[in-house]
Design a protein. Structure first.
Lengths: 175, 441
């Protein structure tokens, strides 16, 4: 019986390929569009998005997923310890898009998008300061909020709260 | 400094919005306007400055304790004579790790933390945190709670802008403006105290609604503020707007273009002063801003005077909005009655053991928020205030990042100061309106 439902089930239709944007998997989070490029796609993707009208980089921040390795991600995106989340805005279309790059701990570096959006200068410095993520091509990657001689990156999940004694006095060696 | 304004009117089609803007590093007049210490020796001589005596340059630090740097902002400036060649804002003096602290507070405690970031407009910080939490919870807020939030935010916008008028006046030598501005702000803070018990850092807007209903007689208090403010604003116009000294100190000073603003991510009055109509209240409405009428005030030249005029007139628009809110304030609940988020009413605690346990759990353990991540943005008096929140399904945010408009807007400083006089730098720092609590977080 070739028309039986059992046979139709035996040959499932190929699943539609997951949606992509410029080759990077696309997902949705609470109605907001999110693109997941890998480290090598990231710069070109932001450039392509800029050509499409996302001319303003509103926000760039890091996230440390050390305690949450099994978070939901679209197919084809391998979870890594760090993430850089970039929020782009199109003034003309009044649309937003978020770019989330997975950044492995062993190679914690991504391309700087300073050349595309100079306003990310301070934001990338903050992400470097707080998470130790390096941004290749940034003109002045230095600490921005913490003192220049600070050790460690405070927003990492393995950086404890209240571990630091008062910093304004001479603490005598170890912190 | 006398100088004719030569900046052309930005090419922005008001009907279609800023389509022509491209942003990008090429839009900046000169990236080397930012003083970078590692390359200090380079290209100083390429800066075109009239320098007949061949004097050397000098680096001075302005701040972090200088009164006109609005808190603990330090600006390093490279001077030749009195002309600023390059400059660099140095921040971090007020960094207290509030984003890290936010990861250790429950969602109900969160607003007590974020409200201290931009301490001049605390309601906005609470609002953006609450909106992000509610978006993750997919929680519906009663109409009255939303209108109360709008009322508080617009009053807070007025008090914030009037404080800016005060400090800006003081920076430029109009000390009487300083006293008047603080006087007007106090009338709004008194109303906040009546509603929330606190003048500042109110913790009034919370996930799920607001902390308490409006007090008896709130309508009269608000209408009185609305009646007094326009009269006072006219006085300020007499005091400042037409005054020749004021005009000389502000007109043509600290010019920035629309393209530069977009490239640097600048929002708020600085972006609007260049002629770009961009106000999230109108362009990405949140709360019930799509149901009230107001104008988006824009400038033409992108100079300090335009930004002064915009902030002054935004107070008038806010008064207009507040009057509409007072007319339309519906009866109803001031917080969502969602048992997972809202503590049970006080009366129930006395008679029900379950209610007592439930109350205890909400305030000790907190409510759980579904896993996910979200970015929410609102229009604060300084520009786009955003909250990027990542939840792992527990009762504390996994990551809570606040996109402070002052933090981003400070990057415009170096470009606006460049080539100007040291005395104008004070006017320009003031016109950026940085609140260091928000910059350093």
């Amino acid at each position: 019986m070739p028309d039986s439902p059992a046979e139709a089930e035996a040959e499932p239709e190929p699943e539609p390929p997951p949606p992509t944007l410029h080759g990077a998997p696309l997902s949705e989070s609470r109605g907001q569009t999110v693109v997941h490029p890998d480290q090598s796609q990231y710069f070109d993707l932001v450039r392509a998005l800029k050509d499409e009208g996302f001319v303003m980089c509103v926000d760039l921040c890091g996230v440390d997923h050390l305690l949450k390795p099994d978070r939901p991600l679209p197919d084809g995106v391998a979870p890594e310890r760090f993430e850089v989340a970039v929020n782009l805005l199109s003034l003309a279309e009044r649309r937003r898009i978020r770019v989330r790059v997975q950044v492995p701990e062993a190679d914690a570096r991504v391309a700087s998008i300073y050349d595309l959006h100079p306003g990310t200068e301070a934001m990338e410095r903050e992400a470097y300061d707080m998470f130790g993520i390096l941004f290749d091509g940034h003109p002045d990657l230095s600490r921005i909020l913490m003192p220049d001689d600070w050790e460690g990156h405070p927003l990492r999940k393995d950086f404890g709260i209240g571990r630091i004694p008062v910093q304004f006095k001479h603490t005598g060696g170890s912190r | 400094m006398t100088q004719t304004v030569e900046t052309p009117v930005p090419d922005v089609d008001s009907a279609t919005g800023p389509l022509a803007l491209t942003g990008g590093v090429e839009a900046l007049r000169d990236p080397s306007a930012v003083l970078r210490i590692p390359h200090l020796a380079e290209d100083v001589d390429e800066v075109p400055v009239h320098n007949p005596d061949g004097d050397d340059t000098m680096i001075i630090n302005m701040g972090p304790q200088h009164p006109s740097t609005h808190g603990v902002l330090r600006v390093m400036m490279e001077l030749r004579g009195e002309t600023v060649l390059r400059s660099k804002p140095v921040i971090g003096y007020l960094h207290t790790g509030m984003e890290k602290t936010g990861e250790d507070l429950t969602y109900l405690q969160g607003p007590t933390n974020t409200t201290r970031m931009d301490y001049v407009s605390p309601m906005f910080n609470e609002l953006v945190f609450s909106l992000a939490t509610e978006k993750l919870l997919d929680l519906e807020i009663p109409e009255r709670a939303t209108w109360i939030r709008m009322l508080m935010c617009e009053l807070n916008r007025m008090s914030s802008q009037v404080l800016w008028l005060a400090t800006n006046g003081m920076d430029l030598g109009a000390v009487s403006m300083m006293i008047y501005g603080f006087r007007e702000r106090e009338s709004i803070l008194a109303f906040f105290e009546k509603c929330s018990g606190l003048r500042m850092n109110n913790n009034y807007i919370r996930p799920g609604g607001v902390a308490a209903d409006l007090p008896e007689g709130w309508r009269d208090d608000v209408l009185k503020i609305c009646d007094v403010f326009p009269v006072r604003l006219d006085e300020y116009e007499t005091l400042l707007t037409g005054q020749p000294i004021w005009q000389e100190r502000t007109q043509g000073v600290g010019i920035i273009t629309a393209d530069e603003c977009v490239a640097l991510g600048i929002t708020g009055p600085i972006l609007r002063s260049t002629g770009v109509e961009w106000d999230l209240r109108r362009d990405a409405p949140y709360l019930f801003y799509d149901q009230v009428d107001f104008n988006v005030v824009v400038g033409t030249y992108g100079d300090t005077f335009d930004r002064y005029a915009i902030r002054l007139n935004e107070i008038r628009e806010s008064i207009n909005i507040v009057r509409q809110i007072v007319d339309r304030m519906p009866p109803g609940d001031y917080r969502a009655q969602d048992k997972k988020v809202t503590p049970p009413p006080r009366g129930r605690i006395d008679e029900s053991m379950e209610a007592l346990i439930h109350h205890f759990k909400i305030f000790t353990e907190g409510f759980k928020v579904p896993e996910g991540e979200v970015y929410v943005a609102i229009e604060s008096p300084r520009g786009e205030l955003g909250c990027y929140m990542v939840s792992d399904g527990s009762s504390k945010p996994y990551r809570m990042h606040i996109r402070g408009p002052s933090f981003v807007n400070l990057q415009a400083l170096a470009h606006m100061i460049r080539g100007g006089l040291l005395a104008d730098a004070v006017a320009i720092i003031s016109t950026v309106d940085p609140v260091m609590g928000e910059v350093d977080r």
